[in-house]
Design a protein around this ligand. Sequence first.
Ligand code: SAH
Length: 261
Amino acid sequence: MTPGTVWIVGAGPGDPELITVKGRDLVARAGAILFAGSLVSAAALRWAPAGCEIADSKDMTLEAISAWLIGQAARHTTVVRLQTGDPALYGALIELVQPLDAAGVPVAVVPGVSSAMASAAAAVESFTLPEVTQTTIFTRVEGRTPMPAGESLRELAAHRCTLCIFLSITLLHKVEAGLREAGWPADAPMLVVHKASWPGEERIVRGTLATIKQQCREAGIVSQAMVIASPALGARAWPDLTKSKLYDAAFTHRFRKASTT
Ligand code: SAH
């Protein structure tokens, strides 16, 4: 018998409505769902069909996870592995796919809304601004996982672009040190979003490089938080914003002719 497909689905950042339509439809017809801890349980429970086998991978090893998925794929056409945010970011995706490949189980990935994007949305911020920064880096600081050469925060921050720093809320001293070493000023704006998009639980902390660690400590934020450093933060209140060329009356693009020259 040909095995079913294991769909690795981005569940989004927390709000069950932020799963994609495709992801929700797969959950709704899944024979079995394995979700990654409390972060994505809401999406699983809300859309799963009656009789679907649902398990939490919180206490499973990677071997146990792949064994569970391979076992379910032998019985069901559609097996869903739900992951937080987007599966391509800090989700052990490749480690999960390799044993499925080895077992001959077809795999497909459905992207999800990353917590980086949900954090920008929560705070009404843009990661890119004309003539300020046109680049965003997704990174983390070194914890138990070592950073490859050339990827220290000091080196990345030298670009003075937007930095979305995952998995680092308990390492804010390292964030601060890296940015300071790269020459960011003490009053550089910083943003921390805790539980972005979680209904009723989201918290937004705005501060500076000098204050953010203490502010987060006082707010008791120790997990599930995105740290954002960017020269574009707070631009909503800037009076002298450089406008994007896309909507500039003097700028012709594919869909619209310039009205002035
Ligand atoms: N694949 C996920 C990231 C998983 S790593 C994604 O695309 O979002 C886990 C880290 O993601 C956490 O340490 C935190 O930095 C961030 N994170 C996950 N959910 C979050 C949320 N709702 N709000 C803020 N940060 C979140």
